[in-house]
Design a protein around this ligand. Sequence first.
Ligand code: BES
Ligand code: ZN
Length: 640
Amino acid sequence: MPASVPGRAASILSILALALLAAACARPEAPPAPAEAIAIADDPHSFARPEEVRVTHLALDLTVDFEARTLSGRASLTVDNPAGARELVLDTRGLEIAAVTLGDGSAAAFALGDEIAGQEFLGRPLTIAIEPDAEVVHVDYATRPGAAALQWLDPAQTAGGERPFLYTQSQPILARTWVPCQDSPGVRMTYEATVRVPEGLIAVMSAENPTAEQAGGVYRFSMPQPVPSYLLALAVGDLGFEPLGAASGVYAEPATLPAAAWELADTPQMIDAAERLYGPYRWGRYDLLVLPPSFPFGGMENPRLTFATPTILAGDRSLVALVAHELAHSWSGNLVTNANWNDFWLNEGFTTYFEGRIMEALYGEEYAEMLAALALGELRATIEEMGADAPDTRLHLDLAGRDPDEGMNDVAYEKGRFFLRTLERAVGRERWDAFLADYFDRFAFQTMTSAAFLDHLRRELLTPEEAERIGLERWVYEPGLPDNLVAPTSERFAAVDAERQAWLDGGAAAELPTAAWTTHEWLRFLRGLPDSLPPARLAELDQAFRLTASGNAEIQAAWFRLAVAAGYRPAYPALEEFLIRVGRRKFLAPLYGALAATPEGKAWALGVYERARPGYHAVSRGTIDEILGWEEGAETRASA
Ligand code: BES
Ligand code: ZN
């Protein structure tokens, strides 16, 4: 039992149920657990007790109301209750529960438990009295306008400007803000949904999707493979669709669709490369949805339908590693899933490694190593900022009692990637690739923990000497960066470093040989500049290369950060426009953070934030509120 969620009293009923469960397990006819199955790890971020009763299928029937900003309808949960438990516990946060009925139509007693002080992000347990033989439980409910997973956009916040837009973001623990469910990555369910939307809008989900408008605004979806709740996703808007290949395509607002289809044209080749590396793509189609710019992440690996920020539409395909990343999650994360968020690195580190391999397959080793080198630079900066002893620089995290969102930083991604690169280097690519392909196959549709992964490595891949030499435990359980990390090398970046130094030593901007520089050389150049540059030197760069006017979001973010550090005011109007239009937290947090470092910067940032904040998703709002010390209802402070 996840006893680490404090304050949850075990009822007599659940103790009884556990006893029954234990008895059932002892029965000879109980099917033996597969040898390789990973036990459901306790999840400190869920009230659910899947070890007693487990949801195996979800049927949603929801009406999308843009005026009221609510979803309302019914969630019907099919349960597996081997020991005849009499309680089903679901996670909910901010849901309005109207009624609960059982499959036979009888009303079921239910109660919403209390929030835990200091852990309000967990929401409340919904405890439902069930008959031991109940197979289906219907929950009639509605969301409230502030539901954290949902972002309701006014027409003005879309590219088309005429129709509203809605999208969800469920990872890590926001599914419970729009669906009553066992909101733990250790619980998988198949799902189906009927979604009713206003005439003229299209609904899409992380499921089998229509590619055209449906008469009457009624959309039906089905996801036949079992998925954890954090992969539940819905978007509704004025969407068009453009095929990219036989089994992949892109959805976007009509105004964005041509640019999106052009930028993402390599997607089918990425799918081929991924399958050649680590086995068949198991989800049918792979489509992408390019969202309005407020989307708080770069991408989200919703199965069959990756959600993506439009900030990857740079016009030169230089930012498509994001597609490789979200696609790779179709194996690491969506097939083999972290059992709880403490082992987030098993999703993201594996995916970042796999992403690198896809990029290498499509664009060559030199290019992929440049991306890895940039990422390592960012990782070192993160670890330096956090402190090399900081507990959150470990791969295996301890997030109990905290919002899991808090401990999720690029350590899971990049330290995870470099750990896997170390393993690859130790045993050779051939052995490693065979191991990894087998891993995705053997544990498909199951959960994984750090401990189980290390056991598996020792059993299937490494000799005791190899394991010892690599230092498995140190990589996974200790903070900081182990010294056997193999850093990527890049001649092109070495050249950029030399050119940067020459310019810093007083060279002229015009002498920088930038003609052949790609986005990545620019990022290397900009990220390596010191914060202490006088504004006049930034003006020099700006005049030579028009950086303030760049249309590449990664370059803009790096440039604006320097501009803030140096107090280079001519960049501020463009920075303001960027902060108001773009809601991607990875860009916003460092920019607001840099602004907040000086009193004048902070005052300016508060003024911009007051206007930008209504356009941000709750995920980004939460982070920026904290950076700026923003309190709800204190808006007047900005102008004071
Ligand atoms: N699954 C993540 C996004 C995520 C992580 C959402 C944690 C909620 C909590 C997604 O796959 C991701 O990693 N996105 C990255 C882009 C990627 C190219 C590194 C992002 O959003 O920046
Ligand atoms: Zn990811």
